[in-house]
Design a protein around this ligand. Structure first.
Ligand SMILES: Cc1cc2nc3c(=O)[nH]c(=O)nc-3n(C[C@H](O)[C@H](O)[C@H](O)COP(=O)(O)O)c2cc1C
Length: 221
C-alpha cells in the first residue's frame, strides 16, 4: 500500500474503469460444480485465504476457521454424507413433483475438485470480547458467510472457481474432520479451475430457477 508523507497509508482511488471491472467480477462469479483436476499453483490457496481474512466480522472477532481437507478418507466421509443427504433431498423433491428435474442437476464437484475446504464458526470466540453479539449471537455465523463470499470473489479474480456444498448432514462433520465438537459447521467448499466460465447461474441454465430483477427485492416504508 502506498504511504503518504507522515507515514499514513494513502487510500487508493477507485475509478469508473475499476468499478466496471469490479462489476464484471461480481457478474462472472459462479457457483462451480465442474472442475478440471489441475491443482492450484503452490501458495495460491494460502493467498486466497489470507485475502478472505479482510472480510468484516462482528467485533473484529474473525470467527471463521478454514479446514483444508486433504486426507482421502475424510474426503470420502464427506462424499458419503453428500450422497446420503442428496438422496433424501431427491425423495423430498419427488414428493413435491420436482424429482425428475432435481435428479438431472449436478449439485457438487466433490469428486473432481482439487481443493476441499470445510468452513466453521467458533460460536463464542474470545476475540472481539463479545462486542456486537450480545443480542444477536448469529452475527458470528454471518461473519463467516461474508468471509466465504470474500474468498469466492478473490478466487474468481485468480480464475479459480468455488462451489458451495450445503447438501450435507452437518452434525457428523466436526467429528469426521477432527475439529472441536462445538464449532458450528457453515459450509463445505470445492475449489479448482472451472471447466468453463459462464455468465449465468447453472441453475438458471438448467431451467430450475431464474434470477429476479433487483427492484423486486426492495421495499420502502
Ligand atoms: C448458502 C449457499 C448454499 C449453497 N449450496 C449449494 C449446494 O449444495 N449445491 C449447489 O450446487 N449449489 C449450492 N449453492 C450455489 C447456488 O445454487 C448458487 O449460488 C445460485 O444458484 C446462483 O448461482 P451463481 O452462484 O453461479 O450466481 C449454494 C449457495 C449458497 C450461497
Amino acid at each position: 500500500m502506498a504511504e503518504a508523507a507522515g507515514g499514513k497509508a494513502q487510500a487508493p482511488e477507485f475509478d469508473d474503469e475499476f468499478r466496471r471491472r469490479f462489476r464484471d467480477l461480481l457478474a462472472w462469479r459462479r457457483d462451480v460444480r465442474h472442475f478440471r483436476p489441475d491443482p492450484l499453483p503452490s501458495g495460491l490457496l494460502e493467498r486466497l485465504l489470507t485475502d478472505a481474512e479482510l472480510a468484516p466480522s462482528v467485533g473484529l472477532s474473525q470467527p471463521w476457521r478454514f479446514v483444508i481437507v486433504e486426507d482421502a478418507e475424510r474426503r470420502a466421509a464427506i462424499i458419503d454424507n453428500f450422497t446420503t443427504a442428496n438422496a433424501a433431498a431427491l425423495a423430498d423433491q419427488t414428493l413435491a413433483g420436482q424429482g425428475e428435474n432435481y435428479a438431472k442437476l449436478k449439485l457438487a464437484g466433490l469428486l473432481d475438485a482439487p481443493v476441499h475446504l470445510a468452513v466453521f464458526a467458533v460460536p463464542d470466540p474470545d476475540q472481539g470480547k463479545g462486542l456486537g453479539r450480545r443480542t444477536m449471537p448469529e452475527t458470528v455465523d454471518y461473519s463467516v458467510a461474508i468471509a466465504i463470499h470474500t474468498l469466492w470473489l478473490v478466487a474468481r479474480a485468480h480464475d479459480i472457481g468455488l462451489g458451495w456444498v450445503s447438501i450435507l448432514e452437518p452434525e457428523t462433520i466436526p467429528a469426521a474432520l477432527n475439529v472441536p465438537a462445538e464449532w458450528h459447521f457453515i459450509a463445505y467448499l470445492c475449489l479448482g479451475y472451472p471447466v468453463s466460465e459462464e455468465p449465468s447461474p447453472e441453475l438458471e441454465r438448467a431451467g430450475w430457477e431464474r434470477r429476479r430483477a433487483a427492484a423486486e427485492h426492495w421495499l420502502r416504508r
